[in-house]
Write a protein that binds this ligand. Structure first.
Ligand SMILES: [Zn+2]
Length: 319
């Protein structure tokens, strides 16, 4: 089979243009790869920790945790004080964050929202200043009390004095209004999100893991997917900020949130399929095919945990 010469030349030219364009892509464009992996994304580890300016008064804070993806905190500058949602996983990491905040504002830290009660967001809370106004869901407060009772010497768990009542709490920061929302049980059961209606930002804490395998140790899988649907349906949100993985620009942040919701529902579907085959949970974990989600961070570690957790939900033993 032969091609007319002109078509061959067109093909060759097209290939040359495509290859040259790829080679000339600026690093900012290459950084658009959809992954939680800084190396794949083209961001050197030396770039972290870093503040990501979202608006004049609102910053995301990305710090690297093991095994190499980001843990994200939210920082909102008010008229007289600063609100932080989620801290980092150690006293040193949280202190570094406080130092970075000090470099952008002299205002005191006044509010702290516990979006996730897990240690990678709370284990550094002992370096937060005293006199804070805490916002924590009753479920997370109970968990922090249990963690505190079980904590070994030198690893203090800070227990906030009181839990929020109801499903939303508004805080007037002077510069803007913050609405802390409980949108249903998701990753921990006490998941709180921070909504900035004026800025159209929703910080979702660990209810949104951007390209990180759905970690289900203490999750409510089906309710989690539903909570994300509620977040997607919330008015006055354009930019969704995750608790792990990269902070995306508005359009992509929503696309990736949909991708993450689909990852949860696909994990649930796969466990249902394996369970229907009559396998044991151990065999199901070995046979699981997570598809593309199986290439995300933590898949090897979290896959078997997801099998057990979804199984329990199907058995009706998740309370
Ligand atoms: Zn976490």
């Amino acid at each position: 089979m032969t091609f007319p010469r002109v078509r061959v030349r067109t093909l060759a030219t097209a290939l040359l243009i495509a290859t040259t364009a790829a080679a000339l892509l600026p690093s900012a464009a290459r950084a658009q790869v959809r992954t939680a992996d800084p190396a794949v994304r083209g961001v050197p580890l030396t770039a972290f920790p870093r503040l990501v300016k979202l608006t004049k008064h609102v910053y995301g804070y990305e710090e690297i945790r093991q095994p190499g993806f980001t843990t994200v905190s939210l920082i909102v500058l008010g008229k007289d004080g600063v609100l932080i949602a989620d801290a980092q996983g150690s006293a040193a990491a949280t202190q570094t964050m406080l130092d970075r905040i000090r470099a952008i504002t002299p205002l005191p830290i006044k509010w702290h929202v516990v979006g996730s009660d897990h240690g990678d967001h709370t284990a550094g809370n002992n370096v937060l200043p005293g006199g804070l106004t805490w916002v924590v869901h009753p479920t997370s407060l109970a968990q922090l009390k249990r963690d505190s009772a079980a904590a070994t010497a030198g690893r203090a768990v800070i227990v906030p004095p009181t839990a929020m009542t109801g499903t939303e709490q508004t805080i007037d920061l002077g510069t803007t209004q913050v609405v802390v929302r409980f949108m249903g049980r998701a990753h921990t059961g006490g998941d709180l999100m921070v909504h900035l209606p004026k800025e159209q930002i929703l910080f979702m804490s660990e209810a949104y893991l951007n390209r990180v395998f759905p970690a289900m140790r203490s999750a409510y899988p089906t309710e989690w997917a539903r909570a994300i649907d509620a977040a997607l349906a919330l008015p006055r949100v354009k930019r969704y900020v995750p608790g792990h993985g990269f902070i995306e620009k508005a359009k992509r942040s929503r696309e990736e949130l949909v991708t993450f919701r689909d990852a949860i529902t696909s994990v649930i579907a796969e466990v249902k399929r394996l369970r229907a085959l009559g396998l044991s949970q151990d065999d199901a974990a070995k046979r699981a095919n997570w598809g593309d989600v199986g290439t995300w961070f933590l898949a090897d570690q979290q896959g078997p945990i997801a099998v057990r957790r979804v199984w329990a939900e199907l058995d009706g033993t998740l309370k």
